[in-house]
Design a protein around this ligand. Sequence first.
Ligand SMILES: [Zn+2]
Length: 299
Amino acid sequence: GGRGATGHGPWFPLPTRWGVRAVEAQLVMAGPWAGRRGLPCCLAVVLVLIALPCGSGHRRGGPWAAALLERLEMANQPGEEISGHASSSSSWASSSPSSASSSNSLLSLVTGSAALSPSSHAAPIWVEEFLSRPKNCFYVAVPVSFITDSFNLVGLPDVPYQKETLQLILSGAGKNNETLQASAEVLYGLIHARYVVSRPGLETVRRKFLRCEFPTCPRTLCRGQQMIPTGLADALGRGTVKMYCPSCRELYDTQADVDGAAWGTTLPHLFFLTFKDLEPSRVAYTPYEPRIHGFRLRR
Ligand SMILES: [Zn+2]
């Protein structure tokens, strides 16, 4: 922080992307309406843009989003860093015990099992086994460090025998129990949905995308464009996983009988927003034109 050293008037702080967006909006607005009426108009837009994320974000996003915001605020302080995966030794749970203790009963177990392998970036053996099944080919491997970071499990929906289930995922204990196996698949899907929209998760999805491990769009004129898995809803039981094509911007069914909530509705759009170079150009999109003897149909 501080004042600009260039001496071109007062320094204007832009701490967040909302600030940048607001100023961008102001620049756009200033173009056509640069007259006297333009200024109050611009100020109103700037105020609305700044107020939007503050007003509804906490309530709409649920406890995990609130915890994420809290963590981001913590990370803005000097000496702290944002860690969606437990890369740093300072745990979110230990630094803010009041909010962590009331959130989720899984947390106590995770905090206890953090000693298992707190810095491991490899996936647990159960996860490797789970991913080797053909129907689970769209999942990515969530590392131990992400699962054992109590912050990442805040506010997850309850699954049957969740403590034992988490223990199964992390250590493989009770892998012959069918009930636990079924619960583990659900719980892994829920954790997976959070992992894929985190920065390291997006990076993992990108590597899978670049290795061409996702199916290609069945639409002929999309010319083999690779797709990204997504769900029709973020809640469990609202349909199986679908594939989103960034070229025709359509969803396609898959053969995989896996809950779409394990990817959620955000992944493809956040993915192409993060890795803009991977999104096909809109100019390259070719709509299909019906013709009879070469003449276009007019309806
Ligand atoms: Zn397509």
